[in-house]
Design a protein around this ligand. Sequence first.
Ligand code: PMV
Length: 349
Amino acid sequence: SEVSPGAIRWRSPSNIALVKYWGKHGVQLPRNPSVSFTLDGAATDTTLSYKARELAGEGVEVELYLDGELNKGFTERTKLFLEKLLPVYPFLKQLSLKIKTSNSFPHSAGIASSASGMSALALCLVSLEEELFEPLKERSEFNKKASYLARLGSGSACRSVYGGAAVWGALTALEGSSDEFAVPVSESLHTVFQDYHDDILLISKSEKSVSSRAGHGLMEGNPYATARYAQATRRTDEMLSVLRQGNVERFGEILESEALTLHALMMSSHPPYILIRPNTLTVIEKIHQYRADTGLPLYFTLDAGPNLHLLYPHSIAAEVKKFIREQLLYFCEDKMYLADRVGKGPERL
Ligand code: PMV
């Protein structure tokens, strides 16, 4: 109760999985390792304001404002998330919290904001702990803790804590890797990948018919699950050497197969479901044709929805953007796309 009021502000980017996390168990633990690029432009800004709570009560006292407006749904979700953290962060009960959050991309763009949102909030919480108690000894310790907390909020969010690329999930070949938090692998990123592009094509902005929470759950009954988890482990290993070597063709082969495998797992769940749209397939065929015609290393991936991420090296950016404008935008809702890049990771504001 001697806490003086304060505020902490972080910007955290989203990330795009190269090898996908799909299937979880226990307390938000992954069934297989995954690896992602951290993005740059698609980000969430979060301000966590705190003061001493006047009346002690049950649970956590928190209000969440999205773009300046109190949001009941997100307030409820954030309250549940913070209450799950009480065993680690009992001091949260002594505070009155106000969270103001906004995304750099349109809220309705059909882009998941949970990775950037949850990592921004997790970073604010670790900074809060440092402000109320004492600073953690090392930066790596800070990040590990933020990644751990982000994971509890939304699995894939734990990879957004680092710039460049990150791995989540224990891999024999990667020292320090863990199912409980992500680790950075950006030091081993070949220069060609350090400024890789990711143009996000918005095929449809409608709400997904099956949430990723439900999708992870359906993996428990999926007949291909065991083979899938083994494949993802091998591919994360291979992707790590591809990222070191700078082999953009092999990178693209794994990338596209991961996207199609993810959606094949949805189609082979019980009950089956389909999140890609006809225009998703049309654009995929156009990308394949473009590669056959030009030989340029332009490849796509998908997350749990219909939108396509186009990944390619900076050296071919002018040609690819022309191709997008002239041949792909027609198939996108609102004829727009978000141009993004591999980014440097979160920033304290
Ligand atoms: O973090 P979640 O529970 O929203 O799951 C995300 C799963 C994918 O985006 C499809 C893959 C991934 O690894 O990010």
